[in-house]
Design a binder for this molecule. Structure first.
Ligand code: ARG
Length: 258
């Protein structure tokens, strides 16, 4: 009798165990999902591939996918304007943000950041036909910046000494089209983004923005809600992808070869 009960218990245990393992990572439809917020107007970091069913593509996307895979999560992407991304983290609408976002002390008051995964510096993107070569040349010019970005902060700071007509836009790609149409003289953005536009479109030419006499690299990182448990896991996976060469491959694919 005791033996029989033991056997029944064993059988039950086995059933329970096998049920547990089948809900694990082997069945991808049951994988836990993490939601990434981004602003897909910023190639090569993220943009909408209009030729390909409006899929969101880019360096951030591929890196996020690789990290999610490493951690056993399914990745879902939410696209919105850059200016609302920090708030989306605050209200937990997204689990993390990758949007070519610079890790700044100001943003750190509201969110946590991963370790830096790329560096960029600010440049002026302008039409070749203009004679803009330095920040000083922006005097009285129509200068576009994306709302809520470090470029908006920079342009507003510089305009205290070099007055310019600053326009803020929600989407960078739309701002570039406005400049192409002559509605703007220049855009303050970052090298990585400017090179993409200048290499594909020979009518544009980029210039380094000389700020306080030095070119300053800004750290680009993923952002998380304060005290999120995901941050440390993300960093660990990122470290692995840096060590095994995956990140370098993505840098070559998206940034070096653009
Ligand atoms: N690097 C700038 C910042 O952190 C701009 C980033 C804009 N990103 C985007 N996906 N539109 O403020």
């Amino acid at each position: 009798m005791v033996k029989k009960i033991g056997l029944v218990m064993m059988a039950l245990l086995l059933i329970v165990l096998s049920a547990c393992s089948s809900s694990g990572s082997s069945d991808s439809s049951k994988k836990k999902t993490i939601v990434m917020g981004t602003s897909a107007d910023y190639p090569p970091f993220e943009s909408v591939d209009t030729a390909n069913g409006n899929k969101i593509v880019g360096f951030d996307l591929d890196l996020a996918k690789a990290i999610a895979k490493e951690l056993g999560y399914k990745l879902e992407v939410k696209n919105q304007d850059f200016n609302g991304l920090v708030a989306a983290l605050g209200s937990k609408k997204v689990d993390f943000v990758m949007a070519g976002m610079v890790d700044t002390p100001d943003r750190r008051k509201q969110v946590d950041f991963s370790k830096t995964y790329y560096q960029s510096f600010q440049v002026i993107l302008t039409r070749k036909a203009t004679n803009i070569k330095t920040m000083e040349d922006l005097k009285n010019k129509k200068v576009g910046v994306q709302l809520g970005t470090t470029q908006e902060t920079l342009a507003k700071k510089v305009s205290k000494t070099i007055p310019m007509k600053i326009q803020t836009w929600d989407k960078l790609n739309e701002m570039v089209e406005a400049m192409r149409a002559g509605k703007l003289d220049a855009i303050v953005t970052v090298d990585t983004v400017a090179y993409g536009y200048t290499s594909k479109d020979k009518t544009f030419q980029q210039f380094k923005a000389v700020v306080d006499g030095k070119t300053q690299y800004d750290p680009i990182s993923a952002a998380f809600p304060k005290n999120s448990k995901l941050t440390a896991k993300f960093d660990k996976a990122l470290k692995k992808l840096e060590e095994n060469g995956t990140k370098d491959k993505l840098v070559t694919k998206w940034i070096k070869n653009q």
